[in-house]
Structure formats: C-alpha cells, structure tokens
Design a binder for this molecule. Structure first.
Ligand SMILES: *Cc1c(COP(=O)(O)O)cnc(C)c1O
Length: 456
C-alpha cells in the first residue's frame, strides 16, 4: 500500500489455497458446531479462522483468504494490529475490569476526549461507552427521549440498527432480523429515505417526501429523534442523493428533533473521512459508533451535544461492561494507528482503485445495475439484465465462487442482491488488486460477460 512505510505484516499477504474449501478441519469443526452452537447463529463462510493479519485470514486448514469483509467493517487496522495487540496485553496485565460505575479509570475518559474531538462539530460534547452498536443506538434513543420529553422516533426504509428489541423495531428488514421476534417497541415510525438507483429522486425531493410524511403522519412536535445511517450499511450500501442528509438535519434542528447519525458501520475512516456525515458537512446531535472503533475489541459509544447527554440523571446510563478498560486501551491504540497511517486517506485511495475496477466491470456486465459507495465502503447492485429488478441468486453464486477462489466477500441489501467491499484499510494494493481480479473473473464466469472494457 502507498502508506506501507509504517505497515508491517506478520503473515504473508497472499491468497493461497492448499485444500478444497472448506478443508477437512473446517469440515470437522462444522460438525461439532452443529451439535453445540445455536442454529440461529449463521456464518457467511464455512471455514474456521486460525489467524488473521492485514488483508488476509488464514483458516485452520492453512488456506489464506483475501479479506474483503473486515468482520463487517471492524478490523480496519487489521485483525492483529501489533500496536492494538500490545495495548490489549498491557492493559490486561494490570486490570481487565473494575466497572467504570464502581471504580473509574483513565482509559474511558481518554476515549471520551478523543471521540468528542474526532466527531463532527466543535460544540461542547460528551460521550458514554457501551459494548455493541445496538446498545449505543438504544441509549441514543433513551437520551433523545428524555432530553426532548417526546416519544416518537423515525427510522428509514432499508435501515439497520441492530437486533435488540428497540433496535429490531428500528431495523427495516424482517428476515432474518425480526421475523417471529415481536412484539416490537412502540412509537417507532418508518419513512422512505433516498435510494437514487431505485427512486430516481434528487436529495431535496427525497427529503421533502420524508419530511412531509413525518409532519403529516407523526407531527414534528411529537418527534424525539430521527436516526439514519449516513451511508446505509446492511440495507445495501446506499449513498443518499446529495442534499438529502443536510435537509433532514436542518428540518430536525428547526423542530427541536434530535438528529442521530448511526455511524456504527460508516465511521472511523471507512468512507474516506473520519465519519461519513462529514461528506455533506452534517453535524449530528448524537453519533452512534462501534465496529471500527477498537480494532476488533467490543466497544461502542454515543457522542454528542453536552446539553443532551448531561440532561440524563446520574445512573441513568451505563452497564457492567460498558467502556471496558481493555476495549478502551484497544480503541486508543486503534485511533492512534488510524491517525498515524492516515487511514481516511487510504480509504480514498482504495476507493480510487476499486471503484474504477467495479465501474469497468459494470460497463461489460448487464447484471451490474449500480456501482456506488464511499471510500472503502463500496458495492455493486446485481440486477436482472436491463432492469433494476434484484438478482439475489447471482449475488449468492458470486460470494460462493469468490470463496472457492480464496476471497471472503459479503453480500447485503434488503433484496440480498448487493455485493459489498469492506477490506481492512491496511490491505496492500497488490492483494486488493488480486481480490478484484478474482471478483471480476468469477463475475465473468457467472454472467458470460467479456471483460473487454477492463481498464487499469
Ligand atoms: C452493525 C450495526 C449496528 C449494530 O451493531 P452491533 O454491534 O452488531 O450491535 C447498528 N447500526 C449499524 C449501522 C450497523 O452497521
């Protein structure tokens, strides 16, 4: 990679298959798993990890895969970043837990200071830490409701905010996230967002549609919060049309509604900025964060306006493990690495390389309806040729074909027809290129496209 001066890898950065996929050891473990692990837990790929570093995951059979998923946008600095590993070990040697609500410690305070500084806007901010993205979202809603004295919350079509009861209500897609798990939390409303490939609306038009619905069907003065992912993640890597997010944020501000940016997936350098809200100069009232925050250790946060977070009575927010000291140490090391390597810039480089390749594939593949994304959060939407009708079968086949060639690739989307690229931001150019070659070849094999327009 261009920033590679400071990156050193422990494992060879190569794609190398030494057994059929899955290999015999993974196959055996899959059998043990079936008898021990709840059937409700799915896994994208049937290979079991033994090691991971930089842009590769090595399985227990010794196969080395290119990682285009980062464990769902988590391991941006690599899954075994040396600085993060050392910070974790050092903290664990001292104390793994005291509970911040019992005996506080500096790491929590330091993470809060960093997040207050890093998130958009230079107003007075406060931070509270939790363990998962869903927990951060739940607490952002709690804060908004208490601070406004209102109940209603708006989420959007294609939204994903988690799997706890309140966040299931906020999440749009029923199967697999909500199906059979109701009843869901009340006073959650859904309105259409902005999905340029499907709705054909510009940003102000899409915002006007959403605002009219909120105004007429809920009432602005009933609304505690609007929550939105600035780039929709699980729903399909949907980048809203320009102007949509600022129009919503402005309407929220003029009506006393808390604007919450759920940056759990889009945050921490992933989209080429520290936070995706920055691409449109949106300053959210509250930001929810998790995934990329701590190099793989479980940590999440709500950061935002001091007046909102300080409105809550002492003891109203917290949890036994929230802001665990080992996770905080990992976050501080992760944020240092991100700044030292200028990973927002690296994400923009990945965008430049990969988006060009994806567009070239689209130019010769009728099944690619749309190419989109920001930074190293990129996607292709697969369709029936010549339409915008979803083609989830091709997405599934492509994920399987790429795995068989040594590339771990994730799909997403309400219709299951979006292939997303989420490589670790420390992946090298060569490995990235090899992974894109595999994607292109598999796509060509599955669709019969010629690939003649390929450019470098
Ligand atoms: C993953 C995700 C969540 C939920 O995070 P968990 O840590 O899985 O609870 C919430 N919001 C967004 C945007 C996400 O991508």
């Amino acid at each position: 990679m261009t920033t590679s001066a400071a990156v050193s890898y422990r494992l060879p950065q190569q794609r190398k298959l030494v057994t059929p996929i899955p290999g015999p050891k993974s196959h055996e473990l899959q059998g043990r798993r079936a008898m021990a692990v709840a059937g409700g837990v799915g896994s994208t790929v049937p290979v079991y990890a033994a090691d991971a570093d930089g842009g590769v995951i090595v399985d227990i059979d010794g196969n080395s895969f290119i990682d285009f998923g980062s464990g769902i946008a988590v391991t941006s600095v690599g899954a075994s970043n040396a600085a993060v590993a050392e910070a974790v070990a050092e903290q664990a040697r001292h104390f793994t837990h005291t509970c911040f609500m019992v005996t506080p410690y500096e790491g929590y305070v330091a993470v809060a200071e960093r997040l207050n500084h890093l998130t958009p806007g230079d107003h007075q901010k406060r931070t509270v830490l939790f363990n998962s993205g869903a927990e951060a979202v739940e607490n952002a809603i709690k804060v908004a409701r208490l601070a406004t004295g209102r109940d209603a919350v708006v989420a959007f079509d294609h939204a994903y905010h988690g799997r706890t009861n309140l966040t299931m209500a906020l999440t749009a897609k029923t199967m697999p996230y909500k199906y059979g798990f109701g009843p869901f939390a009340p006073e959650v409303y859904r309105v259409p967002g902005s999905y340029p490939f499907h709705d054909g609306l510009d940003g102000p038009e899409a915002a006007a549609r959403a605002i009219s619905m909120m105004d007429k069907q809920i009432g602005a003065d009933q609304l505690a919060a609007i929550i939105i992912e600035p780039v929709m993640g699980e729903g399909g890597f949907i980048v809203p049309a320009p102007g949509f997010l600022p129009a919503l944020a402005n309407w929220a501000a003029s009506n006393g509604i808390v604007f919450i940016a759920d940056e759990v997936q889009s945050g921490f350098a992933r989209t080429g900025a520290w936070f995706a809200s920055e691409h449109e100069n949106v300053v959210p009232d509250l930001v929810t964060m998790a995934k990329g925050i701590a190099g793989g250790m479980p940590l999440s946060a709500v950061t935002g306006r001091a007046d909102l977070l300080d409105a809550v009575h002492a003891g109203g927010l917290g949890g036994t493990y929230g802001g665990n000291p080992v996770a905080c140490a990992a976050a501080l090391a992760t944020l240092d690495v991100m700044a030292e390597l200028d990973l927002p810039r690296r994400a923009r480089e990945i965008e430049e390389i990969a988006l060009g390749r994806l567009r070239a594939m689209a130019s010769v593949t009728d099944e690619i309806g749309d190419v989109r994304g920001r930074g190293a959060m990129l996607a292709i939407e697969l369709v029936q040729p010549g339409t915008n009708k979803p083609n989830p079968e091709l997405a599934k086949a492509l994920v399987a074909a790429c795995l068989a060639q040594g590339v771990v690739l994730l799909s997403c989307g309400t219709y299951g027809n979006v292939i997303r690229l989420l490589p670790p931001l420390v992946i090298g150019d060569e490995l990235l290129g090899d992974g894109l070659d595999v994607l292109e070849n598999c796509l060509r094999d599955l669709t019969g496209s010629t690939g003649a327009a390929r450019v470098h």
